[in-house]
Design a protein around this ligand. Structure first.
Ligand SMILES: Cc1cc2nc3c(=O)[nH]c(=O)nc-3n(C[C@H](O)[C@H](O)[C@H](O)COP(=O)(O)O)c2cc1C
Length: 172
């Protein structure tokens, strides 16, 4: 009989979420990472939420930021997934290695991704585990292009720039 944690992983894995890149900025400090934990979380008003690992460079910026941008990755965006998911802003300036344009509050908008939204933070939730939830209202939205999303199953071989356990959790 498999362990509860293994069965949890199997059930969650069966969802095979689409992958997004979340970017943010405070003053001249920019950051961004690959994110599989994300969802619309209200209909009226419209809200979207992302979960950011406390281990990530992106977290150290996102806790202070007013704006986040979310970019939907397409199947052909494996290079962006690798840049934002396997490198860390603690060591690499990811924004020197991709094309981007400055959005509200200086948030970087990735030129290669037509489907994006800028969120102004409306909520923040730390339930004590290794990720925090940032929810926001859309203040600018691009694209609506038809695409085949890049799914978790296509990038599960990537080694994250930070493992979630890289920094302590109150619950571990
Ligand atoms: C398949 C995959 C899914 C990931 N999902 C998330 C996620 O939902 N939230 C998150 O904060 N990090 C997630 N990560 C981890 C970060 O993208 C990764 O550690 C990144 O290198 C951190 O960069 P940073 O330190 O510059 O923020 C994921 C990584 C991979 C490979």
């Amino acid at each position: 009989v498999s362990q509860l944690g293994d069965r949890f992983d199997a059930v969650v894995g069966s969802l095979d979420p689409s992958m997004v890149v979340v970017t943010t900025a405070v003053n001249d400090v920019r950051s961004g990472c690959l994110v599989g934990f994300h969802s619309q979380c209200s209909i009226s008003p419209k809200r979207y939420a992302v979960w950011i690992s406390k281990a990530n460079h992106t977290y150290t910026v996102a806790v202070h930021a007013e704006y986040l941008a979310l970019h939907v990755l397409a199947e052909a965006d494996g290079d962006l997934a690798a840049l934002f998911g396997s490198a860390t802003g603690d060591e690499v300036d990811k924004f020197a290695l991709c094309e981007w344009t400055e959005g509200p509050g200086g948030v970087p908008l990735l030129d290669g991704c037509p489907n994006w939204m800028v969120l102004r933070r409306t909520g923040y939730f730390d339930e004590g585990s290794d990720h925090v939830c940032v929810a926001g209202e859309p203040v600018d939205v691009g694209g609506g292009a038809t695409l085949q999303p890049l799914r978790l199953s296509a990038v599960s071989g990537l080694t994250p720039g930070h493992e979630a356990t890289d920094r302590p959790s109150a619950m571990s």
